[in-house]
Design a protein around this ligand. Structure first.
Ligand SMILES: [Zn+2]
Length: 83
């Protein structure tokens, strides 16, 4: 979940992303997963017999300033390391 370490890991490019990751009064749609990959929530999905789930996609570029925050190789390596 969003915390200071998360903001430090991915919020280095601009205040907007830092704020988005460390938001206290809202549930961020940009968050770092348990595998250490930065994800963007792109929508909600209805799951049978369950609460609606979030559809997440790895985020490669900061949506605010355009800085590359992680590469496809980073994401692959982290996903494999946590698999
Ligand atoms: Zn940024």
């Amino acid at each position: 979940m969003a915390d200071d370490a998360t903001a430090a890991a991915f919020g280095g490019c601009c205040e907007e992303l830092k704020d988005a990751l460390s938001g206290d009064d809202f549930e961020p749609l940009i968050a770092v997963g348990e595998d250490g990959v930065l994800y963007l929530s792109v929508g909600l999905i209805d799951l049978e017999d369950e609460e609606p789930g979030m559809v997440e996609h790895p985020l490669f570029f900061c949506p605010f300033c355009g800085t590359k925050v992680q590469s496809e190789d980073d994401v692959k390596a982290k996903a494999e390391a946590s698999a």
